[in-house]
Design a protein around this ligand. Structure first.
Ligand code: DGJ
Length: 709
């Protein structure tokens, strides 16, 4: 029997029989003229010498009982027995054309499995989970359970995955065709600087703008494993799931385990098509919708301006300077509480420090509000410095492995959120501040890897991650307008699991705009601009030492959720003026930037070009950053994408306001792009392209296109 889920563009077809293992036989473009049995006939295989007499069929978990080659999606046993699991269909329910539940049972291992598969009608994104129930009467040890064994069509020969480090997140790496397995394991208790649990696969010839591509993302912020296997029987599977420490998940009789969701998107329109599906899905289905229609306010964050050197006067002058350039939200970062005068002390003591703020927070909050800004504040709830009152009072509240030394990491250790009293303490402390000052926004930080995530001797990352989500949810339920930013030493906790409970990610601690060009491009494969924190940092970047113009810094921050993170009193008057202009430009176009379709352009390596086209196609903004020198005397023409070919657009250059082409007249002058602009067809802009002016490297040009009717 067959069952198919579909949207107008995409379809997934499964085959099943009661008492047999179910199987996905097709996922891809919607096939409108193809009865499902044709797919089964086309996919028929044969006996191969040196192999089993009958083709070994995959299933939804590629269980060991099936004898499948390559990686399995399920490792479960009863103290070493009953490991050859085989989940056979007992019931299939199609709730709608887009939603399906398959119930399976392993009569020998006594495991029930419920597979939930949905395909989103608007975004075509598949969301799948697996829930296991122990029907036996002894504990079931679970070592691995993926959301789904997801077949990867054999046209997808190349992979693109993430790497990176602190202050250089979301770097991508391309993996050419391979045999065997490609595996990323993450066991540090957060998604990590190098490890968004996500992956893209491309057909030969696929680019950003065209060709077949698929993407996968695990909605989980804890430990995870991502693997792709190409096996000897010419099949490929993607497996994504939680990484468990030994004995971490033992399902007692009658109890269940639910995998995190796997999100999968498919497109014929290159990697941009995959990203657009994910972006739309994040905005409409992953985020909880509390700020769906709210314009993302321009942030001012205090961290790089003052670090721990806080006084009321300083903060007030930062707020005044921020408001002057147009900031709309003031976020007080680390250092306002307990004995936290440096990173060695005070973490966990969540009360306003009288030492730094003798009048409390109220004067600052009042000032911020009187300047027309929202008020946000930093917490790092899951952590404690051993040099703190909290730790002195509750040394037993931390995650650890008994007898094993903690790995030293930023002078802090992780609290055990699986203990209700710890969560209660955190909720009370945070509530006291959020409630009293009507805090609009919490920057929720998490600054260490967790190497020994033990609670009462048992590994507990799974429970810790669920407890974290529950605490975030509880705060958001208590304060329905509260927004939360997920930060972990920059972008080390960026995934759809945390985004279901937060509103923004802090993309990176590097505010170096040159780094940011790559970081933000990398993040954009899975994360949409409205949730991607992008700040204008100081002229001399604190992390790289690079000196960058305000034009370049500000232009780079416009393509994201814009903010500022610098001591503005140290910026020249001229640079503050330029910044104010950039903030105005962001405000003028943020609706377009945050609601349109996002594109990365295929172009030469010395350019980073991205753009957003409005959903009706009548307006667009394209950013083109010269991230390096060019080998020829002039830079290339830039071919845009995503425009309606038959429409006419007025093209103007809106950033920088005073671009200095190295020689004049430049194409900007020729076409009056800084003035009235000139009208071009969509097809000319996409097929022929815009000749770029001769500029110094590290220039960020932003072109605006408006349909001329
Ligand atoms: C790490 C974050 O990424 C920074 O933005 C800042 O909030 C510091 N922590 C504060 O300790």
């Amino acid at each position: 029997m067959f069952v198919t889920l579909y949207t107008d563009k995409s379809q997934v077809t499964l085959t099943y029989d009661i008492g047999e293992r179910p199987q996905i036989i097709y996922w891809g473009k919607r096939l409108r003229n193809t009865p499902e049995n044709q797919l089964a006939h086309l996919g028929q295989r044969q006996y191969a010498r040196g192999a089993a007499y009958e083709d070994i069929q995959p299933s939804l978990s590629n269980e060991l009982g099936a004898g499948i080659y390559g990686s399995t999606g399920l490792l479960a046993h009863r103290a070493g027995k009953d490991w050859a699991t085989s989940l056979e269909v007992t019931d299939v329910r199609q709730h709608s054309e887009q939603s399906l539940t398959i119930n399976c049972y392993d009569p020998r291992a006594k495991i029930e499995a419920v597979y939930n598969i949905e395909i989103d009608i608007d975004t075509h994104v598949i969301v799948a989970t697996t829930r296991l129930k122990n029907i036996g009467n002894s504990p079931l040890y679970l070592d691995w359970c993926t959301a789904l064994s997801m077949p990867l069509d054999n046209r997808f020969t190349r992979l693109k995955s993430y790497m990176g480090r602190w202050s250089d997140e979301f770097r991508t790496q391309d993996i050419p065709n391979f045999r065997g397995g490609y595996i990323r394991e993450n066991k540090i208790g957060r998604t990590g600087h190098d490890g968004v649990p996500a992956l893209l696969a491309l057909a030969d010839g696929t680019t950003e703008c065209c060709g077949d591509a698929v993407g996968f993302h695990l909605g989980w912020s804890g430990n995870n494993r991502v693997r792709v296997d190409r096996t000897i029987d010419a099949r490929s599977f993607v497996h994504m799931g939680e990484y468990f420490f030994p004995g971490e998940i033992i399902i007692d009789p009658g109890q269940t385990y639910q995998s995190p969701p796997l999100y999968a998107a498919w497109s014929e329109q290159g990697l941009n098509g995959v990203s657009q599906s994910f972006h739309h899905h994040v905005m409409h289905s992953v985020l909880d919708g509390r700020i769906k229609d709210k314009a993302r306010p321009v942030h001012y964050n205090t961290w790089e301006a003052v670090y721990f050197d806080i006084t009321e006067d300083k903060l007030i002058s930062l707020a005044e300077a921020a408001a002057e350039v147009g900031a709309e939200r003031f976020v007080l970062d680390d250092g306002w509480f307990g004995g936290r005068r440096c990173q060695e002390k005070g973490l966990g003591d969540w009360y306003v420090s009288e030492e730094v703020l003798p009048n409390g927070l109220q004067p600052l909050v009042d000032k911020v509000r009187s300047l027309g800004m929202e008020f946000g504040i930093w917490f790092e709830p899951e952590m404690v410095n051993p040099d703190s009152e909290l730790y002195r009072n509750h040394p037993d509240w931390i995650l650890n492995a008994p007898g094993v030394e903690q790995v030293p990491f930023r002078y802090q250790v992780a609290l055990d959120l699986t203990k209700p009293e710890v969560v209660e303490y955190l909720f009370e402390c945070m509530s006291a501040v959020i409630g009293k000052y009507q805090v609009d926004y919490v920057k929720w930080d998490m600054n260490r890897d967790i190497h020994h995530p033990g609670s009462d001797g048992h590994a507990a990352t799974h429970k810790q991650t669920l407890a974290l989500y529950a605490l975030m949810r509880r705060l958001r339920e208590t304060y329905p307008n509260l927004e939360i930013e997920s930060c972990a030493s920059g972008g080390a906790r960026a995934d759809y699991g945390v985004l279901a409970n937060t509103d923004r990610i802090w993309t990176s601690d590097s505010n170096d705009a040159l780094d940011r060009q790559t970081i933000q491009r990398g993040a954009s494969y899975f994360f949409p601009l409205p949730i991607m924190g992008a700040h204008v940092g100081p002229r001399n970047c604190h992390i790289t030492g690079r000196e960058l113009t305000m034009d370049f810094r500000a232009g780079t921050a416009i393509f994201g959720h814009m903010g500022i993170e610098a001591d503005l009193s140290k910026e020249s008057e001229e640079d503050r003026h330029i910044l104010g202009n950039a903030v105005d430009l962001y405000k003028q176009h943020r609706e377009l930037l945050h609601s349109g379709k996002f594109y990365r352009l295929d172009t030469v390596s010395y350019l980073n070009a991205v753009g957003v086209v409005s959903n009706t196609g009548n307006e667009a903004l394209f950013s083109c950053a010269m991230v390096d020198g060019h080998p020829d005397i002039l830079p290339v023409r830039l071919q845009l994408t995503g425009l309606l070919p038959e429409r006419q657009f007025r093209l103007r250059l809106v950033w920088p306001k005073n671009p200095n082409s190295i020689t004049q007249p430049s194409p900007l002058d020729h076409n009056d792009l800084l003035g009235e602009g000139r009208v071009f067809s969509g097809e000319a802009l996409m097929n022929y392209g815009i000749q770029l002016p001769l500029m110094f490297p590290l220039t960020c040009l932003i072109y605006h296109l408006k349909e001329e009717i």
